[in-house]
Design a protein around this ligand. Sequence first.
Ligand code: SME
Length: 158
Amino acid sequence: MQTKAQIYKTAAAEIAAVIDGEPSAIARYATAACILSESFDSFFWTGFYLVDPHKPKELVVGPYQGSLGCLRIAFDRGVCGACASAEATVIVPDVHKFDGHIACDSATNSEIVVPVFDDTGALAAILDVDSTKFDNFDDDDKAGLEAICSGLLKGARI
Ligand code: SME
């Protein structure tokens, strides 16, 4: 059986190969959401919320795989907002114990949210992964997802 680190390594290589030369950030987000979602059975909702350039301090839903997500999340709301405000990864082992958690789907029990930065170092988006399992995410997920997010927008132009 493959370790999580091995699965992330394979997923990262696959994402890098598919987005190579692709200038569209949206195409890159969609590719990462799809490949990550297919890589782990435990990922119930996998996708991106983008910083709205017209409403700074507000996220708007981007490409994702999973059940219907809410459209907008303010920086002072939910796990996604906490990640966007801190510009740092947030792991929540039990979302029911996280004050202000936004339950887009009641099937979610744990969650990890990772920031995505553009070439200038500005926050561009967050990657949100939800699981129906409790305590599904650990430092291996943090390392694997941060590695994927750190390269995702390199060279993106549109
Ligand atoms: N649970 C997130 C909201 C996004 S959805 O789960 C897709 C939060 O608390 O920010």
